[in-house]
Design a protein around this ligand. Structure first.
Ligand SMILES: Nc1ncnc2c1ncn2[C@@H]1O[C@H](COP(=O)(O)OP(=O)(O)OP(=O)(O)O)[C@@H](O)[C@H]1O
Length: 572
């Protein structure tokens, strides 16, 4: 909004010239009633029909003068809105091309979409300048004309109009809110349908057609509800304005006859008041309702879109950009519901590139929940999970998805070639990159057996063992540029040697590696271990934890009884 107003302010002179021409447009609105009144009082009612006709001809002439003023306004409109449009285009296109978030590729389609919004802003600005300005000029001119022609009637007219305008003013915020909801619901429906359409392959591969359908249906229902609410609000708005417009005429009809009989008003003055009301004030009020309901709303929505494209303004709350690849967890507490016992409690932890953390603990204790918190899938209830200094769940999704990779235990493979499956998260990877990743992970024999990158994979990796599917999922992430990799029991179906190799190559790859341990051997390979046992998590090296954590000792013991001799278990 600010950059729009500042762009508009740059064309102040043009706007002032436009207003000056509007005065000409206001002349018939001011004199219209007076001339019609004179035509009656001094012409037709006084038995001088020719004079009456001449007064009416004067009215017609002024209407032509008003039309000339209107013509000038339209002619000057271009000199205000066109340079403003050019300035806006220059500004937002520069914004797209130098997008500091790098969330968007500076491509032609982004520029095209944004320039479309600029066109809407241009049209809507022209609409506001034409309509709002005309409303203001004609209403003021007509009311002043009325006050000077039929002063006795002015309160009858002004009071209902002011009451309607005040009521309308009170309704505006809720009207705007409802409109915004409707627009957002509309966008959500488009987004949900777009996501399902572009992700049809994944929907089919995950057997998620019902969920996808329900998701879209939910959005459509929301949109329908929002649209109905807007319709109700609009009908209320129209009623208020209609009452504000017609009540003065009704009051006029009711109160004018006694005033005329008592000689306080002439018939011409009453007719003049009717002309002011029906010709100028009433249409102006309806125009006001229409303009705010349509043009202003369109302007607001387009401006919001543009603001997202302007330099630096694309970064909104929920769209932050991390600086660096460090993790800092501070007093993190999370429970799956407000009533539930927290699964993660008071966890503080720092992870820097090069760190290799193993997370161990009994089943169901919260290890996967911890992975969800680290990857920003859900925010903590208390405390902070900071990635590069910003809350990880608020990192711009495109940045987060690039930087952080979570490999779950359940492998996702879809119908397509091995190449398509491997390059899912790194579409620009070359065949050499893919083959190298497969080799590092230790899956070259599998790739050969399948028949290379062109080999076809069936639905859900049909025909592959669970371990083979996991190897492909691991290679898929290895080839990405993710600087944080979280393996959530992602090697559970590999044999111990294959698992050791995978963890080693991911650790050597750089960045942060977090292994939700399936076997305790993972803890021996990590340089730090986090033990979760339902209380406050413990953090330390393997050696340190053996000495300090009874649970860790028990877990080690259960996994490898030889640890009994090495480490006497301390009392907790
Ligand atoms: N989406 C969810 N909604 C509600 N509760 C959940 C959800 N996911 C997990 N939980 C609960 O949170 C607790 C921790 O689950 P989590 O999956 O994090 O444990 P885990 O240590 O990873 O278990 P495992 O080793 O068996 O995979 C469990 O009691 C689980 O029932």
């Amino acid at each position: 909004m600010h950059f729009y107003l500042s762009t508009l302010a740059g064309h102040r002179k043009g706007v002032l010239v436009l207003l000056a021409w509007s005065l000409l447009e206001g002349i018939p609105a001011f004199f219209g009633g007076k001339l019609v009144g004179s035509a009656v009082d001094r012409g037709f009612a006084a038995g001088r029909p020719l004079a009456g006709v001449l007064w009416l001809l004067a009215f017609a002439t002024l209407a032509v003068v008003g039309a000339l003023g209107q013509r000038q306004v339209f002619a000057r409109l271009g000199s205000v809105v066109e340079p403003m449009r050019d300035a806006l285009v220059a500004r937002v296109v520069r914004g797209v091309l130098s997008d500091p978030t790098h969330r968007r590729t500076p491509d032609a389609s982004a520029v095209a979409m944004i320039t479309r919004h600029v066109e809407v802003v241009r049209d809507a600005t022209a609409g506001v300048l034409v309509q709002a300005r005309a409303l203001l000029v004609t209403t003021i001119a007509a009311l002043v004309g009325l006050a000077t022609t039929a002063a006795a009637l002015i309160w009858l007219v002004v009071l209902p109009i002011v009451a309607a305008l005040v009521l309308f003013g009170f309704m505006l915020p809720s009207l705007a809110k409802r409109q915004r909801h409707a627009v957002m619901a509309d966008e959500s429906t488009a987004e949900a349908s777009g996501a399902v359409l572009t992700g049809l392959r994944d929907v089919a591969a995950c057997d998620a057609a019902t969920e996808a359908y329900e998701d879209i249906a939910r959005q459509v229902d929301r949109q329908a509800k929002a649209t109905i609410t807007v319709a109700w609000a609009n009908s209320l708005r129209a009623t208020v304005i209609a009452i504000g417009g017609f009540a003065p005429i009704a009051l006029l009809v009711a109160f004018a006859p006694p005033l005329v009989s008592s000689g306080q008003l002439t018939t011409g003055a009453v007719l003049a008041a009717v002309v002011y009301l029906t010709n100028s004030v009433n249409p102006a009020l309806h125009g006001l309702a229409r303009t705010t309901g349509t043009v202003v709303m369109r302007l607001m929505v387009a401006l919001k879109r543009l603001q997202e494209a302007a330099p630096r303004t694309g970064v909104e709350i929920g769209d932050e950009i991390p600086s660096g690849g460090d993790f800092a967890l501070r007093d993190v507490t999370f429970g799956w519901s407000p009533e539930a016992v927290p699964v993660v409690r008071d966890l503080s932890l720092d992870l820097r590139p090069g760190d290799h953390l193993a997370v161990v603990g009994p089943s169901g204790i919260g290890k996967s929940t911890m992975a969800g918190l680290l990857t920003g899938l859900m925010p903590p209830d208390h405390g902070h999970v900071l990635f590069g200094g910003v809350p990880v769940h608020r990192v711009a999704p495109a940045v987060r998805h690039h930087a952080i990779a979570l490999i779950p235990q359940e492998t996702y493979l879809f119908t397509g070639t091995v190449r398509e499956n491997l390059a899912l998260l790194a579409p620009r990877a070359t065949d050499e990159d893919l083959v190298e990743a497969v080799n590092k992970i230790g899956a070259t024999p599998l790739l050969d057996r399948l028949g290379g990158l062109d080999a076809a994979l069936g639905h859900g990796g049909e025909g592959l063992s669970a371990g083979e599917a996991q190897l492909l999922a691991l290679a898929r992430v290895y080839v990405t540029s993710a600087s944080v990799v979280v393996l959530d029991e992602a090697t559970s179906h590999l044999d111990p040697a294959a698992e050791a190799r995978v963890e080693r190559v991911f650790a050597q790859r750089g960045g942060v590696l977090v292994v939700i341990a399936h076997r305790l051997s993972s803890a021996l390979r990590a340089n730090r271990v986090l033990v979760m046992d339902g209380g406050r998590p413990l953090l330390g090296t393997h050696e340190h934890l053996l000495k300090t954590s009874a649970l860790y000792g028990q877990l080690m013991l259960a996994w490898d009884p030889t640890h009994r001799e090495e480490t006497p278990l301390p009392k907790r």
